[in-house]
Design a protein around this ligand. Structure first.
Ligand code: GRF
Length: 206
């Protein structure tokens, strides 16, 4: 399965995907890594594994749509079309209908909380501050709302007494590194079906 990965930061989720591919347990090929930040460490991780990279600065564009148009072009040029998948791995931008229309039901994101609880950029801290006893992470198909769309997989992480968002977040991140590659492998096997807003996991072909 050809994929493009979008990052804005550290790219540890990108790394978890690369590691699974190299271990021979994830049947995807990363055709391109795009960052909207020049200094994203995710770019460095990609280069170390000879994965093509592009930097597209949203600040160079007048509108989200214009930015998305260029991202779509870059991704298509890399060899990812409607049959591929776009993975948002810590990509801190909302994408528009321009982007989602080009890759319909083929864009996934990971969020460090159990959606629909605690969407937004401080999901870990918000959960810790609220005092929930369980949080976790969510992989979902992306729609035009932030951290919203059909849920593919979630994993629970207990919130420990007295623990702040940073400590909770780093334990959630470890869980992210397990579930994101799993969701991708299901996509690679053609096992995910969207029915209205419900994602069904079809049985594996034996
Ligand atoms: C993760 O916590 C992810 O859930 C959120 O952004 C963070 C990205 O981390 N969307 P990394 O860049 O993959 O290390």
């Amino acid at each position: 399965l050809p994929i493009a990965v979008l990052v804005s930061g550290s790219g540890s989720n990108l790394q978890s995907i690369i590691d699974r591919i190299e271990a021979g347990v994830l049947d995807v090929e990363i055709k391109l890594v795009i960052s909207n930040k020049t200094d994203a460490y995710g770019l460095e991780r990609a280069r170390k594994h000879d994965i093509p990279t592009r930097v597209l600065l949203h600040t160079d564009y007048d509108s989200r749509e214009a930015f998305d148009t260029d991202m779509v072009h870059a991704i298509r040029e890399s060899g990812v079309d409607k049959g591929g998948v776009v993975v948002m791995a810590g990509f801190m931008r909302i994408v528009t209908h321009v982007f989602l229309g080009a890759f319909e039901n083929r864009v996934i994101n990971i969020h460090p909380a159990l959606l629909p609880s605690f969407p937004g950029v401080h999901g870990q801290g918000d959960a810790a501050e609220y005092g929930v006893k369980i949080s976790g992470c969510t992989v979902h198909f992306v729609d035009e709302q932030m951290d919203h769309g059909p849920v593919i997989i979630q994993a629970a992480v207990p919130c420990l007494p007295g623990e702040g968002g940073d400590a909770l977040g780093s334990r959630i991140l470890k869980m992210e590194h397990r579930v994101f590659p799993q969701a991708l492998q299901w996509l690679a096997e053609g096992r995910l079906e969207i029915d209205e807003r419900f994602v069904r996991l079809k049985p594996a072909n034996k």
